[in-house]
Design a protein around this ligand. Structure first.
Ligand SMILES: Nc1ncnc2c1ncn2[C@@H]1O[C@H](COP(=O)(O)OP(=O)(O)OP(=O)(O)O)[C@@H](O)[C@H]1O
Length: 308
């Protein structure tokens, strides 16, 4: 494995009586985008807030580039850029004023702030908005400024908590491209509750459910793991179960309604073609065939319960 920028050991946090996250361990390399995927309330924000020093954990340790966040928070925070779920944008400041202020907060030497703000604005595509008040920017551009404040001090790690939330589809595409670009020379942690978003952006995935890491591997490994192994067929003239089971690759068939069946299969997804051919040849009058999307939710549930 490449050198690590983040090491988390036995991290647990309790807000009141119940645990929000429990015994989280992870290591993150110095380059590329790692996706933190989990449903609402799974514990993503809690983990990221602790990681960035915005929240003190109940138990466990966080090391950023070898620096213990609890013991030397100011030093550790210099290595991190953070875009929280609700970015702290001061709407009465201009983009320039805001980014200067953020660079100052990160203890950048005064003479380095101006060029750093210029570079961050250019990278995030907001250089022509330097004098504009944040309140007069669209949601997509505000988010770009949010990302600019996260990279202005040239941190080695950028943490983005649901950065595409609330953006329209075009803005999402733009922000995604920007995230890819800034990950070229540093580590980015990207959280989302949308699987497809993580699949598009990330090389590695950590899945968190009910406060625990339930999957941690490469995106390829995850995709192999969660590939659907069943599909749904809707037919006007469905045959007996045994007829469908004769199609090569089919392992099990179950009736969901009078005209709808779930077909479990092994291996290749060309099974759909073979089922369509069988249907045409044998007059099953197929109306619809689709990969079983509920199967994915099922896998998420299994992953969570296995690890609880
Ligand atoms: N300030 C708080 N006080 C008490 N409980 C909290 C607080 N913040 C979060 N929680 C609880 O901790 C658990 C984890 O929440 P967290 O916000 O980390 O999840 P999340 O995965 O980021 O979800 P979301 O995407 O909805 O923000 C949830 O059960 C949540 O209700």
């Amino acid at each position: 494995m490449q050198e690590t920028i983040v090491k988390i050991e036995g991290l647990s946090h309790r807000y009141t009586s119940s645990w929000a996250i429990r015994d989280i361990n992870m290591e993150i390399g110095k380059r590329g985008i790692v996706g933190l995927l989990g449903s609402n309330g799974a514990g993503k924000s809690t983990t990221m807030n602790i990681l960035c020093g915005a929240l003190n954990q109940t138990m466990g340790s966080v090391y950023i580039n070898g620096i213990n966040m609890r013991e030397a928070p100011e030093l550790a925070k210099q290595e991190i850029g953070f875009l929280p779920q609700n970015p702290p944008l001061y709407l009465d400041l201009t983009v320039d004023e805001y980014l200067h202020y953020c660079a100052g907060l990160r203890r950048m030497p005064k003479d380095r702030i101006k060029p750093a703000v210029k570079e961050a604005k250019e990278r995030c595509g907001v250089d022509h908005f330097g004098h504009r008040l944040l309140r007069n920017l669209s949601g997509g551009y505000r988010q770009r400024v949010g990302i600019a404040q996260a990279i202005v001090h040239r941190p080695k790690l950028v943490v983005l908590d649901e950065p595409t939330n609330g953006l329209d589809p075009n803005q999402i595409i733009e922000v995604r491209a920007l995230i890819k670009e800034i990950a070229a020379d540093r580590a980015v942690i990207f959280s989302s509750h949308i699987l497809s978003e993580v699949q598009l952006l990330c090389k590695e995935i950590k899945m968190i459910e009910s406060g625990r890491i339930v999957f941690s591997d490469t995106m390829d490994a995850f995709n192999n793991y969660v590939e659907p192994h069943s599909l749904i067929m809707h037919m006007e003239n469905p045959p007996a179960v045994e007829e469908v089971e004769k199609v090569s690759g089919v392992t099990r068939v179950e009736f969901l309604t009078e005209r709808q069946i779930r077909v479990h299969f092994n291996g290749d997804q060309e099974i759909a073609e073979r089922l369509i051919t069988a249907s045409v040849n044998k007059g099953w009058r197929l109306r619809e065939i689709s990969l079983d999307k509920t199967a994915l939710d099922e896998i998420f549930k299994q992953l969570s319960s296995k690890n609880n």
